[in-house]
Each structure stands twice: as structure tokens, then as C-alpha cells.
Design a binder for this molecule. Structure first.
Ligand code: GTP
Ligand code: MG
Length: 340
């Protein structure tokens, strides 16, 4: 058990969370720069791929981007319905060959062995890394879903940024090195906010007028309630939760270290009632996070036991650090923060 927090320390916690957002979120100018890069690449690619369209997704568009976040780009071609009608590996290789001719790009690297084939690149002038995937349509939809949650309440953004900073500092936020992706941690924050009593955000996939509409994408229903200006009419808990962002941050650390039963339950943002790991037959892993649309996708599937322990320890330490009153918070971030 932790000693009670002073009012001053609570204020400090709020301040830390808001600062994570203020320090790392891109400016409007940086957002425009991303859009310009997208447009420039689209124009360039169109010369060889007629009808090519590029869309930004991921944190460039979901409301949780960092200044240095990569550019996630999805390419589609007018007249081609889905990836099955395309030789994806050949297209990625052709695309890589073409991009090598682009003056502004460096380090072009096609990766065709991955589940989602991509071509990676480095954009010199902005200093941003990026990748282009093909017909990554569900990712466009989950980007929209996350953006909608971000728009419901400012505390959503503050907490997701705090979580992202926390996971980077603790070195538990890089899926390519065996931990979890930012996307997975964002789902953890959203799930916590839905399960809070009263909830901070609703379950958008469970709100509909008469019957749940079906928007089929790659065989999955990508529907969610998106008329946010009407949300108060459809969600009885609208505006009820009054906790401060600092309280919620500590609440989140406590939730995942004291309350949530990882063995029994799935982190699942598409329904309010708890889903069991047994029902999903996902009992071999400790951290189980279901993708909101691709229900066969467990974002925790790639975690080793060692990494799982490392992540859980980071949360336990976090709960202790953020739950213990100090007079002041450090003037500087740990040096690691300089790198992202
Ligand atoms: P950053 O760390 O700021 O780049 O966050 P991000 O949300 O853009 O993460 P990332 O670049 O790793 O992933 C891009 C997007 O791919 C995510 O936002 C999701 O929309 C989508 N996505 C869908 N499934 C997965 C998955 O299993 N792993 C990851 N990493 N992304 C997924
Ligand atoms: Mg990204």
C-alpha cells in the first residue's frame, strides 16, 4: 500500500502528464510537413504507378504522434479493390526501385518477408523515417478509431502521451526489439479508461442507433460510432468522470499492477464486458491485447516470458515512483529522451 498523496503532489502529477503532451506532440507546422511529404511522394509514385494513392495512418493521424514518429503510409491503386488482386512482393520491389530515384530519400529498403510487406525509407530534409505498405486498410480504420477516442476528452491524449514517454524511458516500447508497439500501449490506456468507474470514454464499437451496422474490411467489421457531436445523446456516462489526469495516470499504473487479472482477461476495447483469455483460447501468454477489428490478432503474441516480466516490473516500479510523494520533479528528462 502507498501512503496518501499530498494535494501538491497531485498537482505535480497532472503537470507531468500535460508536459509529456506539450513537449512531444508535433506543431501544426510539423503536421503540415508530413502532409507535404505524402503529397510529394504520391506525385512522384504516380509517374510510374498510374492511379496510386498514398494515405498517412498510424501516429501521424491517430492523435498520438511524436515529433519524431515515423511516417506510416499506405498505398492503394485506383481500380484495384484489394491486395489479392496485386502481386504485393513485386509491387514493393518495383516501388523500392522507383523510390531510389527520388532525390529527397535515402536508405530505401524493401522488406518482403514480413507479414505486411513494406518499403522503408529515410526522408532527408525532415529527418523522418517512413514506410509504405500496400492495402493496409484495417490500419487506416484503427487509426480513425484511435483519433475518435483522442477527440472525446483531452485526458485521453495526455495519458496516451504519458504512457508513450513512460514506455520509451523504460525501454519497453519497441516491438521490433521484442516488446510491445505504441499501438498496443495505446489500446491498454483506452481499455483502462473504458473500465474506469465512471468511464472516461465509451466503447464506440458498441454504440449504434438500431442495429449494429456492418462495414466489412478484410472480413472484419470495422464499424464504430463516429458522430462525436451526438455522443452525449447515445452515451449515458458522458461527462461523468471528473478525475484529474494525474489521478488517472496513477490509477492506470495501479490498475495494471493491482486490479487487472492478466491471466483471466483480455485487454479488449471493442466491448465493455470483460472477455476471457479462455474464450479466445489465448491462454499461453500473460499479456493479451486484442486488436479492435482483427479479432484474431493478439498484440502480445510476440512477447517472451522474459520480456513480459520486464514490462510488468516497469509498471510496478512506475506505480511506486508515481505513487510516492516528492516535493519537486526533476528539471530534466533522463538523457534517453533526447533520442526521440
Ligand atoms: P509511433 O511509435 O509514434 O510510430 O506510433 P504508431 O501508432 O504510428 O505505431 P507504428 O508506427 O508501430 O504502427 C503504425 C500503425 O499500424 C498503428 O498505429 C496501427 O494503426 C497499425 N497496426 C495494426 N496492427 C499493428 C500491430 O500489430 N503492430 C503495430 N506496430 N502496428 C499495428
Ligand atoms: Mg508510426
Amino acid at each position: 500500500p502507498l501512503p496518501p498523496l499530498t494535494a501538491k503532489f497531485r498537482k505535480l502529477l497532472d503537470h507531468v502528464c500535460i508536459k509529456c503532451y506539450d513537449d512531444f506532440s508535433p506543431s501544426a507546422l510539423e503536421d503540415t510537413a508530413r502532409e507535404r511529404i505524402r503529397l510529394d511522394l504520391e506525385e512522384f509514385i504516380k509517374r510510374e504507378f498510374q492511379g496510386a494513392r498514398l494515405s498517412l495512418f498510424g501516429s501521424s493521424k491517430n492523435g498520438f504522434g511524436f515529433k519524431q514518429s515515423d511516417l506510416d503510409i499506405c498505398m492503394t491503386i485506383d481500380g484495384i479493390e484489394n491486395a489479392e488482386d496485386l502481386d504485393c512482393i513485386k509491387t514493393i520491389e518495383d516501388l523500392a526501385r522507383l523510390l531510389r530515384k527520388h532525390q529527397g530519400l535515402r536508405n530505401i529498403l524493401p522488406i518482403t518477408s514480413a507479414k505486411v510487406p513494406i518499403v522503408k525509407f529515410y526522408h532527408g530534409r525532415s529527418g523522418l523515417e517512413g514506410d509504405i505498405s500496400l492495402y493496409n486498410t484495417l490500419a487506416l480504420h484503427n487509426t480513425e478509431l484511435l483519433a475518435s477516442y483522442a477527440a472525446i476528452d483531452p485526458r485521453v491524449k495526455y495519458l496516451c502521451y504519458t504512457m508513450k514517454v513512460f514506455t520509451k524511458i523504460c525501454d519497453i516500447g519497441d516491438a521490433s526489439r521484442g516488446s510491445l508497439s505504441s499501438y498496443a500501449y495505446t489500446l491498454m490506456v483506452l481499455f483502462f479508461l473504458q473500465q474506469r468507474n465512471p468511464p472516461v470514454i465509451p466503447v464506440l464499437q458498441e454504440i449504434y442507433k438500431d442495429k449494429k451496422p456492418e462495414i466489412l474490411v478484410d472480413g472484419w467489421n470495422a464499424y464504430f460510432f463516429s458522430q462525436l457531436d451526438e455522443l452525449r445523446l447515445y452515451w449515458p456516462d458522458f461527462g461523468k468522470n471528473k478525475e484529474s489526469v494525474g489521478e488517472l495516470w496513477l490509477g492506470l499504473l495501479r490498475y495494471y499492477t493491482e486490479d487487472f487479472d492478466f491471466k483471466e482477461h483480455v485487454i479488449c476495447i471493442r466491448r465493455k464486458s470483460l472477455l476471457t483469455t479462455f474464450k479466445k483460447q489465448w491462454t499461453s501468454k500473460y499479456i493479451v491485447i486484442e486488436d479492435p477489428f482483427d479479432l484474431n490478432h493478439n498484440l502480445g503474441a510476440g512477447l517472451s516470458r522474459k520480456m513480459t516480466n520486464f514490462i510488468m516490473k516497469a509498471f510496478i516500479n512506475g506505480r511506486r515512483v508515481f505513487g510516492t510523494t516528492v516535493k519537486d520533479f526533476p528539471k530534466e528528462y533522463p538523457s534517453k529522451m533526447e533520442y526521440f
